[in-house]
Design a protein around this ligand. Structure first.
Ligand code: HXC
Ligand code: NAP
Length: 285
């Protein structure tokens, strides 16, 4: 979507960059000329992805990092600066999630999700932000949330609560750290099939029973490249005046769930003459 070299020489760190949407974003960033750092818990997965994405085995650095541990996040920053000399963008993409009735959750199950999503995001934001401020370097942060960050959602309550926190952090720091030249934006994806998400949110034959494409007005799920296009724009200088924004990319899914009369889509065209007559009859009543 963007011009060749749109991200040339930018250094971009993506948490959870070894799999799924993080990998898709990273792939496109590299194609656009960026140097990439991918970070998560599983080093073997990261190394495999780095091999796949890198050009000349040079411009993708895999770093093992559990984002819930501040010391490991500081090490991620250090490794990035040692290798590439600076950081231009941070994509807080790492997440954990699974479906469950909330009353079945232990407090540790709640903790594990909130720690990855919310604590992981503020750990990375704080460590990288302090460095940018100290070095007087402008930068941009892109947080990956979900559309239920503002609606909430049953059966994924720890994730919904944590993503809502990330959204509040995005909007708060967009104002507070603008004076340092640090921008904050978020993307709220709708359904984009990935192994990580689908195994935990639609296990077994739930994939077939609950076809998420049917919930989307555009009648399809998202393509990874569509998300990567938006992410590349938001970390690039082309979006320099966008700050504090959350951009939804869901084919209209959440609005379909929200609009009071959206269920009228189920009414066949052949019934509308009769319905119109009934409505017109009520005129003046
Ligand atoms: C109830 C569960 C559970 C389940 C784990 N727990 N799975 N409780 N139902 N299905 C409980 C455990 O019993 C334990 O509590 C606590 O949670 C911690 O579990 P661990 O397995 O020790 O944690 P850990 O090894 O750190 O694994 C974290 C994880 C795992 C979140 C559970 O799934 C993971 O690594 N996920 C990373 C990738 C991921 O989730 N990707 C999907 C993102 S999708 P006790 O009390 O027993 O000690 C996404 C999309 C949203 O965010 C929107 C889509 C449309
Ligand atoms: P995914 O492939 O499971 O990605 C999650 C990544 O987070 C994994 O690479 C995982 O790697 C990493 N991670 C988990 N815990 C971590 C920790 N403690 N420290 C560091 N990294 C950790 O799922 P995905 O679908 O691509 O999700 C990517 C992002 O998109 C998430 O923020 C998710 O909430 C969001 N999202 C996805 C969808 C969708 O439809 N797919 C919809 C809305 C929002 P390790 O296991 O190696 O740590």
């Amino acid at each position: 979507m963007l011009k060749e070299d749109s991200l040339k020489d930018k250094v971009i760190v993506i948490t959870g960059g070894g799999t799924g949407l993080g990998k898709a974003m990273g792939k496109y960033f590299v194609e656009l000329g960026a140097n990439l750092v991918i970070a998560s818990r599983k080093l073997d997965v990261l190394e495999e992805t780095a091999k796949e994405l890198s050009i000349n085995d040079r411009n993708v650095l895999p770093v093992q990092c559990d984002v819930t541990d501040y010391a490991q996040v500081e090490n991620l920053l250090k490794s990035t600066v040692e290798k590439f000399g600076k950081v231009d963008a941070l994509v807080n993409n790492a997440a954990g999630n699974f479906i469950s009735p909330t009353e079945r959750l232990s407090h540790r199950a709640f903790d594990v999700i909130v720690n990855i999503v919310l604590k992981g995001t503020y750990n990375c934001t704080l460590a990288f932000g302090k460095n940018w401020i100290k070095e007087k370097q402008s930068a941009t942060v892109l947080n990956i949330v979900t559309t239920y960050a503002w609606t909430g959602s049953a059966y994924v309550v720890p994730s919904a609560a944590a993503k809502a926190g990330v959204l509040a952090l995005t909007r708060s720091l967009a104002v507070e750290w603008a004076k340092y030249g640090i921008r904050f934006n978020a993307i709220a994806p709708g359904p984009f099939p990935t192994k990580g998400a689908w195994d935990r949110l639609l296990p077994g034959d739930m994939k077939d029973k609950f076809d998420l494409a049917k919930k989307v007005p555009l009648k399809r799920v998202g393509e990874h490249q569509e998300l990567a296009n938006l992410a590349a724009y938001l970390v690039s200088d082309y979006s320099a005046y966008i700050n504090g924004e959350v951009i939804t990319i869901d084919g209209g899914e959440w609005l379909k769930g929200a609009g009071q009369f959206n269920m009228l889509e189920m009414v066949p065209d052949s019934m509308w003459d009769m319905i119109e007559q009934m409505v017109r009859k009520s005129k003046g009543s």
